[in-house]
Design a protein around this ligand. Structure first.
Ligand code: ATP
Ligand code: MG
Length: 437
């Protein structure tokens, strides 16, 4: 990660209004905690899909700004988030801030396509101010590297006394003079140095990729069936990335599954919550139902019948908690209970839509996402899941719905009360990532 080192003298002389920066520069040389310093005072937040939302656009922008404010609470420093003519800016308000923590927080916000650290100057028609700031930015960001660059200017403030081509030409010339290794390349530049002349003058080149997706809370709420495996946290992440809020249901079968297995699921929910915000985790005691299925139903159908009861209970909890969809980590053919025929049987018991974002993912593709979002290491901890304990040696891979329904009749009449009890006696745990962790 590159850090923009501030040229304190320059700013002190030229830009008295940016006091915090110049103060910061002095300490920068002495202070080992260089990263706490204010390399960039502002960030331009680029978003993609929101731009297409027509009249509703402000709803999405408000949700994005709100989530940015929330996520920045965990980064060291004080920030202000503002909207200006279809833009979102983050301004650093404190004298010191932690650049890496700030970027990390922004990289946990759904809906951000890119983060551009900027140098921002107050509007001034004095070209030499702009020129010096650009040279300083260039030196700090790219040093003497042999970069191929292009200057791109957008001049929203039409009163500025030079045209965009004039500004680009002049700045290109100054950069070439100051940095002999740099070259202009207007077709395939390594660096597009952007100058925006608006209410402020913005200078930026690097754009750090964000998560993309849609802002949190713009798409209703869904119930994730969260196990301790690799797949379901990724499935929850994918749906949340499209703007849905999530709650989670975990089926626990004590004493067959240990307390440690439950803690693992709580850890996974906590990691997910760094993206989704706090998650209500409903822990269902599934032991009685699993034992009944094991005692009374054909063993080759155990997993399918168990999965059907999981879906029924998760759906009851979804209705109870205003969730309008279910989410699972199923993927076609991954195990016997996920063939197309098995999925017909599992789906049959649900009236809510079931979202299976990983349905066509290969395992490795799922693992890649799990690694990226930070859940993989926890998912591979070796704690048992209720699915793996009551499992048949030869499960059906092509179950027939009518036959499964018939097998389930063997659970009557007690099963209804068991399901009711499981739904009523759920342990609800609010999982949140604590500040600073
Ligand atoms: P994962 O799919 O999360 O890696 P897994 O492979 O152990 O876990 P599967 O047997 O593939 O689970 O189950 C398919 C889906 O059913 C899971 O992705 C998850 O959504 C749901 N599920 C399975 N076991 C549980 C459980 N104990 N609690 C909640 N949901 C579960
Ligand atoms: Mg799985």
């Amino acid at each position: 990660m590159h850090f923009f080192s501030v040229q304190a003298g320059f700013y002190k002389k030229k830009l008295k209004t940016l006091q915090p920066l110049s103060l910061c520069g002095k300490r920068l040389r002495q202070n080992r905690k260089i990263r706490d310093c204010m390399e960039y005072q502002a960030f331009l937040i680029k978003y993609a899909e929101i731009g297409t939302k027509g009249k509703n656009r402000y709803v999405f922008e408000d949700a994005l700004a709100k989530d940015i404010r929330m996520k920045l609470k965990r980064a060291g420093g004080e920030y202000a988030v503002s909207r200006e003519r279809g833009r979102i800016y983050v301004h650093v308000k404190s004298e010191h801030y932690d650049y890496e923590e700030c970027i990390d927080a922004l990289r946990h916000v759904f809906g951000i396509a890119g983060i551009a650290p900027m140098v921002q100057l107050p509007y001034s028609e004095d070209f030499s101010v702009l020129e010096e700031a650009v040279l300083s930015y260039f030196r700090s960001a790219y040093g003497d590297a042999p970069v191929r660059f292009k200057v791109e200017t957008r001049r929203a403030e039409k009163a500025y006394p030079m045209t965009s081509p004039e500004i680009e030409q002049e700045l290109g010339h100054s950069i070439l003079e100051a940095f002999p290794n740099a070259k202009v390349d207007v077709h395939k530049p390594d660096v597009k140095l952007r100058i925006e002349i608006r209410q402020f003058i913005n200078i930026y080149g690097k754009i750090i990729p964000g998560l993309s997706g849609m802002p949190l809370g713009t798409n209703g709420k869904a119930m994730l069936l969260l196990s301790g495996g690799i797949d379901s946290p990724v499935a929850g992440f994918k749906v949340a990335k499209r703007g849905a809020l999530i709650e989670a249901t975990y089926f626990h079968a004590p004493p067959y599954t240990s307390e440690r297995a439950k803690i693992k699921v709580m850890d996974l929910a906590r990691q997910l919550s760094t993206y989704t915000g706090p998650i209500m985790l409903h822990v269902v005691n599934f032991t009685e139902i699993q034992l009944a299925i094991y005692d009374r139903c054909p063993h080759d159908e155990l997993t399918i019948i168990m999965r059907r009861y999981m879906m029924r209970i998760a759906e009851a909890l979804a209705y109870k908690n205003d969730c309008i969809g279910l989410i699972t980590g199923e993927s076609i053919g991954q195990v016997a209970s996920q063939t197309l025929q098995s999925l017909v049987c599992t789906n049959e018991v649900c009236t809510l839509p079931v979202y299976r974002p990983l349905i066509a993912f290969d395992k490795q593709e799922i693992i890649d996402v799990a690694e990226e979002i930070g859940t993989y290491e926890t998912s591979i901890e070796p704690y048992e899941d209720c699915c793996t304990i009551f499992v048949a040696k030869h499960p059906v891979t092509k179950p027939i719905v009518e036959k499964i329904r018939k097998s389930e009749l063997k659970l009557l009449p007690e099963i209804d009360a068991m399901v009711e009890k499981a739904v009523q006696e759920t342990e609800d745990i609010l999982i949140r990532k604590e500040k600073g962790l």
